[in-house]
Design a protein around this ligand. Structure first.
Ligand SMILES: Cc1ncc(COP(=O)(O)O)c(C=O)c1O
Length: 420
């Protein structure tokens, strides 16, 4: 953000000029006064999705019954293509919507190791999302591989030099997050993919915190494999199916390890012996979750209409503005920005560090501002560009400033618990 003023009228001016301002009305808003800065954890409900789910349940399932499988059966690959085209920079036939991110990560990581015989090292970083680290740890244990952890700065993300040092001729797979879940640090996908390929290894990207907020160019970057969830910026609802990407030229060589009937060629012949479907279809496993997949379709359609370029531009402006206000107002209270400052190194959320981050986050929720907490001492604020106004950011940080001035967070007695 080139110019910046901390008065509210500046935010109002940015809202007036925002080409995506009208998109806010595409979402359900039960409480108009609520400031929701957690769309990076669970996106809100698009109105079109509510109507579509009612139709899928009432008409397609309720009236159509089993006859509706004729229209449902292709949905996972059809929606995968839609997602690939508008949000992931992936040509058709390379993305499937299925299973969870965790399961997809397992499928692709396992397949990648098979495709690099004689190599037995998996590389990831110690700030990668827990499920990624655990899945890789499990695969390493099951296959007798080494899991090599790169030490990553919690605020700045992956250091390319550390990555270069960790990769060698024994490396089969490098698995990283495109945007770090805690800090929002954005990795250079093209450059890192190049570094991994120089060593002859495959790379698997977790796109959970970038898809729908940051342009992703899987084909252009030469990425091999990717996974991601749909309940954050794609606004597809809790537990909606995830997606995976398997580059076209790898589809014949890689075999994912869960051999289910939806991955079988000529599935309804019910034949003996597993014979994987050609193409991305082999990545499906069991009966797809149709209600959730329909929600993904609506979520992708909405973001496609907004345009990923416009979403990114607004995400950069919102987070830059948030950082500007944090510097101007909150630094005297011991709050520091725990996310990269350069726009091109940051995703669509910002982490603020403070020793009492948990209690401050709870005090914010009590005042109608929802963000979330991440260990060890981070308040995570995600002004998702499809529905957040600049005045929401101003109001949220103004409330935060008041909480810090009045020290009301010291009264919070709720124990740290689950969620988000
Ligand atoms: C980077 C990242 N990977 C994976 C997950 C979760 O995977 P799953 O949907 O399988 O629970 C999350 C959830 O927040 C995440 O942030």
């Amino acid at each position: 953000m080139t110019t910046f003023r901390p008065d509210r009228s500046f935010a109002e001016g940015l809202d007036t000029a925002d080409p995506l301002a009208g998109f806010r009305d595409h979402f359900e808003r039960d409480d108009p006064s609520l400031i929701y800065l957690d769309g990076n954890s669970l996106g809100p409900l698009p109105r079109a999705t509510k109507a579509r789910i009612a139709e899928v349940v009432g008409q397609e399932w309720g009236a159509g019954l089993v006859r509706s499988w004729a229209r449902w059966i292709d949905l996972p690959l059809h929606v995968g293509d839609l997602l690939g085209e508008h949000l992931a920079g992936a040509g058709p036939g390379q993305v499937a919507v299925c299973d969870s991110t965790t399961v997809n990560l397992y499928k692709l990581a396992w397949a990648a190791l098979d495709a690099r015989p004689g190599r037995s090292v998996i590389v990831t970083d110690d700030d990668n999302f827990p499920t990624d680290r655990y899945v890789l740890e499990g695969i390493a244990a099951q296959r007798g591989c080494e899991l090599r952890m790169i030490r990553t700065d919690l605020d700045q993300g992956i250091a390319e030099e550390a990555l270069r040092t960790a990769i060698d001729e024994h490396t089969a797979l490098v698995s990283l997050s495109h945007v770090a879940y805690r800090s929002g640090a954005l990795a250079d996908m093209a450059k890192i993919t190049g570094i991994v390929h120089e060593a002859g290894a495959l790379v698997l990207w977790d796109l959970c915190h970038s898809i729908g907020a940051v342009p992703v160019q899987l084909d252009a970057c030469g990425a091999d494999l990717a996974v991601g969830c749909t309940y954050k910026y794609l606004n597809s609802g809790p537990g909606a199916p995830a997606f995976l990407y398997l580059r076209r030229d790898l589809q014949q060589r890689l075999r994912q390890p869960i051999w289910g009937w939806f991955g079988q060629r000529n599935q309804f012949e019910m034949g003996q012996g597993y014979d994987p479907a050609p193409g991305i279809g082999q990545c499906l496993t069991g009966t797809p979750q149709i209600i959730g997949t329909a929600a993904v379709q609506e979520g992708v359609r909405l973001l496609a209409e907004a345009g990923i370029g416009r979403l990114r531009a607004k995400g950069v402006a919102l987070t830059g503005y948030l950082i500007g206000l944090a510097d101007a107002w909150l630094a005297p209270y011991g709050i520091t920005v725990a996310s990269p400052r350069p726009d091109d190194r940051r995703g669509a959320h910002v982490a603020l560090a403070h020793p009492d981050a948990w209690r401050i986050g709870q005090a914010l929720i009590a005042e109608g501002v929802i963000g979330d907490y991440r260990t060890p001492d981070r308040l995570r604020l995600g002004p998702a560009p499809a529905f957040t106004r600049f005045t929401d950011v101003w109001d949220a940080l103004d409330i935060l400033r008041r909480i810090l001035t009045n020290k009301t967070y010291l009264n919070v007695t709720v124990a740290r618990s689950v969620v988000t």
